[in-house]
Design a binder for this molecule. Sequence first.
Ligand code: PLP
Length: 417
Amino acid sequence: MNFRELNPPARTILTPGPVEVEPRVLRAMSYPILGQFDPEFTNLMNQTMHMLRTVFQTENEWAYPVDGTSRSGLEATLTAIVEPSDTVLIPIYGRFGHLLAEIATRLGADVKVIETAWGGVFDPAEVIQAIHAYRPKVVAIVHGETSTGRMQPLEEIGRACREFGVLVVVDAVATVGGVDVRTDEWCLDAVITGTQKCLSVPPGLAPITYNERIAKVVAPRKRVERGLWEPSTGPDASDPVSGIPSNYLDLSQLQDYWGPSRLNHHTEATSMNYALREGLRLILEEGLVQRFERHRAVEQVLVRGLTAMGLSLYGDPDCKLPVVTCINVPPDVDGESVRSMLLRRFGIEIASSFGPLRGRIWRVGTMGYSCRTESVLSLLGAFGATLRRHGFPADTEAALAEALTAIESFAPVSTMA
Ligand SMILES: *Cc1c(COP(=O)(O)O)cnc(C)c1O
């Protein structure tokens, strides 16, 4: 077999992840490896924790990445706090709510699910009522549901959970770094994100944060790995098996690795940590508020362009997720054929959706470095031409004119990182 040199084509990625990565982040990944106990590296780990607290908008001590894609962070957090037969309430309004329910079910929890139709979100009062009815130990909920392009308001739910002594775990994989997520102000006990969405770093890490309420539940389940035990590590060696039924995703051991005791666990993914550190640094350099504004502004350019083109958007506009725009595939248009032509002819990737929405909507992500006006303008031009090839009378000229007008109206906002 003749393997040619790896040379992936340059793409314009407008999906809900993985998204395009800033050249500076890619460059950071090419630096030499440091040993995991090298003070240069542990110092870098500390800096990452520091920047993560700012991005998560929290004062929590614990803010660090789990190695693995976003769901490793979801699974690690739930595995650390859910014990068999604990009641876990999961409000579901799309695919990723089902994922939370699956993880909790695998842990042997007594899972209570409430569902609302895809395309909308819950009235917080419905969730609060279910909390009253089920008295769960944990509520696990998605903030930005990428499968349907909706965003669940969390402030009231978070406050209610705090009041009732319920732990609330939030999948903010799609929102952190692109949309305001106020961990402390909204009383969120654990928040999980992923690198390949609005942080605009390659897939492979799941930054998480959690507060003392979670740490208190984790502490009694903590064990020190037998081969690492010395008198100074505490009385754990007699029972080397942690109460947490995972080794790789054991938060009690991970926090000892990221914390001052630096008790070794796995080997940290060096290059991914370089990437995360640089990605976080770029977010702070841009400024959180400015970054959220950029995501809002580019969303408006996209939405106005698509609407002027003659397309209709899917879902309840009142709870639209700013970083994912869902478009109804017009009747008689083959959605997959449109996506494939966009990729083949224009090098532009947009997404389909899952389950009941598969083939019915297109999803356009405007996240992180992919959230740029020039990418949106390229998409609008390419989309219009492609839709005409598929028999839909797209008004490309009107779409581009409207998008340009929108860009001009946002002139004071930097639309480029
Ligand atoms: C992408 C995504 C996930 C899953 O992330 P992986 O990185 O693929 O593990 C989970 N939840 C939400 C809301 C997502 O958008």
